[in-house]
Design a protein around this ligand. Structure first.
Ligand SMILES: [Zn+2]
Length: 321
């Protein structure tokens, strides 16, 4: 969130993304945000089961590509939370929390996407690695996992790799092999584009990246899949969720939230900016600008300028702290 004072559970804001399975040969030309949702509708993925399996068999390597701000990291975080929920003893009570949305009580929950957390229960372990943290220092993902566990002072046992695992690695585009000019750390990897993954039938590697990183990827085996994430399905709910959280902080009434939200959507339609809303990172920023009364400008340029302004101010605040 843009307001560092606000710290709420992800479920309060989260809206499921639009994820599509890409066919072979389609990967390199589908990087952008899709505005036409009707094309390739049959490839929509709406649950974990569809993501993790194909024709009843488990996918071993899955790439999830998407442009910046499309929700790759948020989806990864939600996957981790859902895996925890699936393994929690309170699964029945958590199930009722997951579809909790900011919609009025009369409406049925819109969030049926990826609600099959049961599909994650089969996996004994889930390891999440933010690849940028190991960029230039480590090539082997299983080594990264081991390093992360040990640096958290948790016991490590190699036998975890015998169990059914998900290894979720985020932002492969922010990872590079160690610099060969620094002889100490240079690696001997043949594949210079990706880190090294354990390839075993019991291990499912999920890799998120921006499309350019995967453009030249060679996919030889049939258990590898590429998916594309392209923003949220329901940006109105996302906007509502964000407004509710902001308004709650300020002690604004429920009724006032709703009218504020309607004003916001009207304003965007009037400004012909609804398309921008499908990119969740931009959606959240626009809502925030609107909320603080800065979405008054008529030009897109001014709106982008404020967005940059907000990020720079946030960055400066961070460094001064
Ligand atoms: Zn390497």
């Amino acid at each position: 969130m843009l307001d560092s004072d606000i710290d709420v559970p992800l479920e309060r804001i989260y809206v499921p993304p639009s994820i599509k399975k890409l066919k072979r040969g389609q990967e390199d030309r589908c990087g952008g945000i899709e505005t036409d949702n009707t094309s390739r509708g049959e490839n929509n993925v709406s649950c974990y089961k569809e993501l993790l399996h194909r024709d009843g068999n488990q996918n071993n390597t899955m790439y999830i590509q998407g442009d910046p701000g499309c929700g790759k990291t948020t989806f990864s975080t939600k996957l981790v939370l859902d895996w925890c929920n699936a393994h929690s003893e309170n699964i029945i009570s958590t199930k009722t929390i997951i579809p909790r949305m900011a919609t009025s009580s009369k409406e049925t929950p819109k969030q049926t996407h990826f609600s099959d957390v049961d599909a994650l229960r089969d996996y004994t372990f889930l390891f999440f690695v933010s690849l940028r943290e190991y960029s230039g220092t480590m090539c082997n993902v299983s080594q990264m996992v081991e390093d992360a566990i040990k640096s958290n002072k948790l016991p490590w046992d190699d036998s975890v790799w015998e169990d059914k695992c998900i290894v979720l690695t985020d932002a492969a585009d922010e990872w590079y092999h160690p610099d060969p000019s620094k002889s100490n750390s240079a690696c001997k990897c043949k594949d210079r584009s990706m880190p090294q993954y354990l390839q075993r039938n019991n291990i499912t590697n999920i890799i998120t990246a921006r499309p350019w990183k995967l453009a030249n990827l060679k996919m030889s085996d049939t258990s590898t899949r590429i998916f594309q994430i392209s923003g949220v399905l329901d940006y109105k709910t996302l906007a509502e969720n964000v407004i509710n959280v902001l308004a709650e902080k300020d002690g604004v009434s429920q009724k006032a939230h709703q009218s504020k939200c309607n004003d916001f959507l009207k304003k965007l339609t009037y400004k012909n900016m609804i398309n921008l809303m499908r990119i969740p990172a931009i959606c959240v920023q626009l809502v925030h600008q609107f909320y603080v009364g800065r979405l008054m400008e008529d030009s897109l340029c001014a709106i982008y300028m404020y967005m940059l302004d907000m990020h720079i101010a946030k960055g400066l605040k961070k460094t001064s702290n």
